[in-house]
Structure formats: C-alpha cells, structure tokens
Design a protein around this ligand. Structure first.
Ligand SMILES: O=C(O)[C@H]1O[C@H](OP(=O)(O)OP(=O)(O)OC[C@H]2O[C@@H](n3ccc(=O)[nH]c3=O)[C@H](O)[C@@H]2O)[C@H](O)[C@@H](O)[C@@H]1O
Length: 438
C-alpha cells in the first residue's frame, strides 16, 4: 500500500512516467512536481545547513567553555604570574629563586615537591589533568592544600600544546619539574593507550614547548626504577642494562629516557631523569600496595600478597616521599642551563640520570607486618603466585651517583615512613574522629 508521502513526493520512476504521458495537464503536473522537488531539495539543504551550524556552534561553545573555564584571560594570567614569582628574600644565600612549572602538581610527588619549592621561596605553577585513574577528590584536596600556600594549579593536559605555549608566554620558567604521567605497573595491561598518551605523546608535547620557549627551561622529570626490568645485577646502577622492560609502563618510561636524550642532543635542553623507587608516604597514591593494603586492613577485607617463583618473597626498595622531594629539589638546584634558542643549540647541555631509592629493600610480607603494627589490626592475607602482569621480583637502588652529585641521602626507613603514612591516613579519612568514611 502506498503511503501519502509517496504521492506527494514521487520517486524517480513516477516522474519518468509523467514525462512520457505528455499533455497540458501533465506539463502542469510536471511543473508542480518539479517545483515540489526543488522545494524539497531546498528544504533538505536548509536542514543540512542548520544542522551543521548547530553542531559547529556546539563545538565552539564546548571548546570556548573549556578554555574559558580552565585557562586564559587577564585574571588567569595574573594568577599564573603571582604563583610563578619567587619570594626569596633579596640577597638570599640561595640566590634569586627559580620559577618552576610542575606537571602533575596535584599528584603525589608533584604536590609534595610544589609545596617544598614554595616553602623555600621558589615560584611554582602547577598543571594537572585530574584524571580518574584514582579518586580525583584526593587530587582536588592536594590542589586545595597547594592553593592555601599560594601555588596555583592549572587544570589542563600536557598534550595541550596551546596551553603549554601560553604558559611559557606568560612566564619565563627557569625549570620544569615533569611528574605528570600514567603511573602503575599492572594497570598497563588494562589501559595501554593511556600510557602512550601521557608518557610518550604528552612528554613530546611538553618537550616541544620547552624547546620553543625562550629562554629554554632546564627539565627534571620522573623516570622509574621499573626501567631495570629483567636486570638481575644488584644493586641497580645507572650503568646497568635497561633494555629489557617487563611491562608497557616500564617501556614508556624507558622511551622517555631516549626521547629526552634526543631533545638534549638536538635542541640543547638540559635534562635530568630520576628513577624513583616505589615512593610512599602521606598524601600517597591509592593504587599502590601500601595504600590499598591499609584501606583493606581497616575495612576488614582481605589483601592479596604476591609471591615470586619458588616461594620467594617479592621485595621493593620503598623510598619515603621526603627523601624523594630532597632528590628532586637537589636535581633542580644542580641542573645546568639549557643552551638552545630558536630551535638550535649553542653548545652541549647536561643530560643526567639518577637512581632515587632507599638502598634497603624490604619484602612485601614485612611491609604488611609493619602496617599491622601501626594500624593495630591483623591483615587477612591471601598469598598468591605473582601473576605475569609486568611485576618484577625485587628492586634495589645503588644511589652513589645521586649522593655524589645531588647530595642525596635518604634518612627515613620503612617503619618510620609507614608510621607517618598511617597517621596521615587515619586523620585524612576521619578514623581518628571515628567516622570511618572510606
Ligand atoms: O619503582 C617504581 O618506579 C614504581 O613503583 C611502583 O610500582 P611497584 O613497585 O609495583 O609498587 P606497588 O604497586 O605498590 O607494589 C609493591 C609491591 O607489592 C606487590 N603487590 C602489589 C599489589 C597487590 O595487591 N599485592 C602485592 O603483593 C607488588 O607485586 C610489588 O612487589 C609504582 O606504582 C610505579 O608507578 C613506580 O614507577
């Protein structure tokens, strides 16, 4: 059965039939149909134009909303300049002070370093994308803490080259402390693309901005102990093999070391890569074992403890956050200048790599018993063989190079560090007030 619309808007065969029939009546009809189809085409054209206009408008709205809300404008620039201004007393022995762009400033290490820099009088501007890899409310709380000390954190991604260029336009940063990354060894099997996005593409976007900046900043950035991968010579020294990564995470960090080397070589960027060894402490990362174990133990939930082959316990060179902060600030203080300008280097610039570890590995079961002691709760342990998910059986740092060149000297052992972590945890999550709001 033909529908009403079929009669009003005949198909092409119908139109042919009318032409064949001839006659005034048919010509009339033809004109009528011709004008109807022209109207139809015009209507279609108008609908298409309106649709594309509307979608363009919504694109413009969304992006301008994003940019207007996140960055740009005179007020924003004033905030950036104020945050970036060093506040060391004139004539201070430590010099005039640095202006540091800290990426991942609302992350664990980023927040601690930003605060330490600010406290000693350096200028700091943060950038963080507040992604949901772990509870963003913890990142917002760190941001609020930084704001209360006069450190402004821009909400944005290191893949946003326009934003980075704008930041360098507003402030001649002397240093970049690049800590933004997709962290976590095992999560790389779930979301490999996020590692490439942040640790490779994001890194290159950032280095491009640094290379284009005038003056070029010195770059200090977070590599990882995981680059040692299957290396079994202990303790791990910077000269050991790092070409056998055990996870995609490790591979992207190793790629970062090679990528930064090329920017150092071609453009004269001063680069210092820091291989962090399992950093822990207050305001830490909820995805890490010491943190999630604490949460589960307090909630009476079981914890999974991985064990290596032949029932050998896994071990880590757990490093306390305050020691890592000292290593980062020592690296910034000793970083030589970048030598490039206008995309060309004028001479060689420093390229350095340091282990920042604790030099005393502790097994995972020992970590658990220290937590039990400080929490005064017994853990429900579920011991399983380490799955093939990128983990390495142990890490152990040789820190001679960092000691020699940065004056790096870790002073907090795991027991003392976890005591501080537990104190913070209980207070942050309201345990001391009996709220248990986890
Ligand atoms: O040193 C580093 O560079 C890396 O340190 C940590 O990686 P990882 O040492 O694996 O730290 P955790 O995830 O806290 O694991 C610590 C130990 O606990 C074990 N573990 C972890 C989780 C779990 O449920 N059970 C368990 O026994 C792991 O196998 C590992 O031996 C960080 O998560 C990485 O981002 C960082 O780059």
């Amino acid at each position: 059965m033909r529908a009403l619309e079929d009669d009003l808007f005949p198909s092409t065969p119908g139109k042919v039939k009318i032409e064949r029939a001839g006659g005034a009546m048919n010509r009339q009809l033809h004109r009528c149909f011709a004008s109807t189809s022209t109207m139809f085409l015009w209507a279609l054209f108008l609908v298409a134009m309106t649709a594309s206009y509307l979608s363009f408008q919504s694109f413009v709205d969304t992006s301008s909303k994003y940019f207007a809300a996140s960055w740009g404008g005179l007020h924003w620039e004033r905030q950036i300049r104020a945050s970036a201004a060093p506040r060391r007393p004139p004539g201070s022995a430590a010099g005039a002070g640095m202006s540091v762009l800290v990426t991942g400033a609302s992350g664990f290490v980023g927040a601690h370093c930003s605060l330490a820099l600010r406290k000693r009088g350096d200028g700091v501007v943060g950038i963080d994308n507040f992604n949901a890899y772990y509870d963003p409310s913890l990142k917002k709380a760190r941001k609020a803490l930084l704001a209360s000390h006069g450190v402004y954190v821009v909400e944005g991604d290191i893949n946003d080259g326009r934003l980075l260029a704008k930041l360098f336009d507003v402030v001649p940063f002397t240093h970049v402390l690049h800590l933004a990354a997709q962290a976590g060894v095992r999560y790389a099997m779930e979301n490999p693309a996020s590692y490439v996005h942040s640790n490779v593409a994001g890194l290159v976007t950032l280095l491009e901005a640094c290379k284009n900046a005038d003056p070029q900043p010195a770059v200090v950035w977070a590599s990882s102990s995981s680059v040692y991968g299957l290396n079994d010579k202990v303790p791990f020294s910077e000269s050991h093999r790092t070409d056998q990564p055990a996870s995609l995470y490790a591979a992207t960090k190793k790629a970062g070391e090679e990528i930064t080397h090329s920017y150092n070589h071609i453009y004269g960027l001063s680069v210092t890569g820091l291989r962090f060894f399992t950093v822990y402490g207050p305001w830490g990362r909820p995805d890490m074992a010491y943190f999630s174990f604490t949460r589960n133990i307090l909630q009476g939930k079981p914890i999974t403890v991985y064990r290596g082959k032949n029932h050998v316990d896994l071990a880590r060179d757990f490093t306390y956050i305050d020691d890592i902060v000292k290593g980062c600030l020592g690296s910034l203080d000793t970083a030589g200048r970048s030598t490039g300008t206008g995309g060309k280097k004028r001479g060689p610039a420093p390229y350095r790599i340091f282990n920042l570890g604790n030099t005393s590995p502790v097994t995972v079961p020992t970590l658990v018993s220290i937590l039990e002691k400080h929490l005064r709760v017994k853990a429900k342990k579920h011991v399983v063989e380490m799955p093939g998910n990128g983990d390495v059986p142990f890490t152990h740092a040789n820190i001679s190079l960092a000691r020699q060149q940065l004056g790096y000297k870790p002073t907090t052992n795991l027991d003392a560090g976890l005591k501080k972590f537990v104190k913070w945890y209980l207070s942050y999550y309201g345990y001391s007030r009996g709220a248990k709001n986890l």
